[in-house]
Ligand binder design. Structure first.
Ligand SMILES: Cc1ncc(COP(=O)(O)O)c(C=O)c1O
Length: 341
């Protein structure tokens, strides 16, 4: 099957712009750098999840859902965008968030409340649970409980897993590569590398699928982990690709899955000096605002890879700006930038 024939709900403003980062490239003495502006997908302040949610929401409608449940960290971009998508489709959206309820909602949580999440449950995190993107077990339990409660009230809840299903990410992000290839073709070139933040990993899985379908596998996809170590991520990406190829009924090639986990620092959403440098460089050289949790760390990885000579000087490298800007205004990040940090 061709991806274009898979049912989806139109949520994102596509295609997103592709911009050359000439000043950044000059500063690093590096390859030709471009940024794919998936932070500009539009709805509810935009970001990468909208491409995946287009497929998830079509699935929810097909299943006759009367409401949606999803989960993530307190500052989850995924949750913000799922509430936004549900708003557009007239579905109540319930959130289960890993972490303590703050006194003051800031960043994504503030937007969740503006969009009007139907309910929000906070699941305090214990000290040993450090990996919010996966949805720790107590969160999964809370999602199951909420599902049962809503069903008992006569609802048909549809659960969107944190970061969306691998299949929906694969479909959404394969199409992103097609856009990139068309946009670069228009200026007589093609992508050699595509670099992305890697959290739940389905964005990267989709980019790999897209490279294979639309670039003959010649655009190498590099994931910069923001939380987990590389091996489990590579496994997840590989399993997601198996599912996507089976769904599309296509023969599956050998995959080139590259994940770097050395830019995480001390943990998910915790600032590193390299992230701060990357966010400041992008802002000052390109007027490009990154977020501290995902794209800032991914850009720190890209900068380091350029400095280490990973790319040839004439390579075309596309950095996917996956969004996450509301996280910059979260209280938790207040100390990361500016004087006194
Ligand atoms: C802004 C942003 N960038 C990147 C990612 C990572 O995408 P994925 O979960 O598909 O790896 C996420 C979510 O996890 C995100 O919110």
């Amino acid at each position: 099957m061709q991806i274009g024939k898979v049912e989806r709900k139109e949520l994102a403003m596509l295609p997103t712009p592709l911009q050359e980062m000439k000043a950044m490239s000059r500063e690093l003495g590096g390859p030709r750098l471009f940024v794919k502006r998936d932070d500009l997908t539009g709805l509810a302040l935009g970001g990468n999840k909208l491409r995946k949610l287009e497929y998830a929401m079509a699935d929810a409608e097909r299943e006759g859902a009367t409401c949606v449940i999803t989960s993530g960290a307190v500052q989850s971009n995924h949750c913000r965008l799922t509430v936004g998508a549900c708003r557009l489709l007239g579905l109540p959206c319930h959130l289960v968030l890993a972490g303590d309820e703050p006194d003051l909602p800031t960043g994504n949580l503030l937007v969740d409340s503006l969009l009007g999440a139907a309910s929000v449950r906070f699941i305090p995190r214990t000290a040993e649970q450090k990996e919010p993107p996966a949805g720790p077990t107590p969160v999964r339990k809370a999602v199951d409980e909420l599902h049962a409660e809503l069903e008992a009230e006569g609802e048909r809840p549809y659960v969107v897993p944190n970061g969306c299903r691998a299949l929906h990410g694969a479909l959404g992000y394969a199409a992103c590569v097609r856009e990139i290839a068309v946009q670069l073709h228009a200026i007589n070139t093609a992508p050699d590398w595509i670099v992305t933040a890697c959290g739940t990993s389905s964005t990267q899985g989709g980019l790999v699928l897209g490279s294979e379908l639309y670039c003959g596998g010649e655009a190498r996809v590099v994931g910069i982990s923001v939380s987990r170590s590389d091996d489990p991520l590579k496994r997840r990406i590989s399993e997601g690709l198996d599912e996507a190829y089976a769904f599309l009924g296509r023969l599956e090639p050998e995959h080139d899955i590259v994940v770097y986990d050395e830019y995480v620092g001390t943990g998910y959403a915790l600032a590193t000096p390299e992230m701060v440098e990357a966010v400041e460089l992008a802002a000052r050289l390109e007027g490009l605002i990154l977020d501290p949790v995902y794209t800032g760390k991914a850009m720190a990885g890209l900068i380091d890879l350029v400095r280490r000579g990973t790319f040839r000087s004439d390579d075309v490298v596309v950095f996917v700006h996956t969004g996450g800007i509301p996280g910059l205004f979260a209280l938790e990040q207040a100390g990361a930038f500016g004087p006194g940090r």
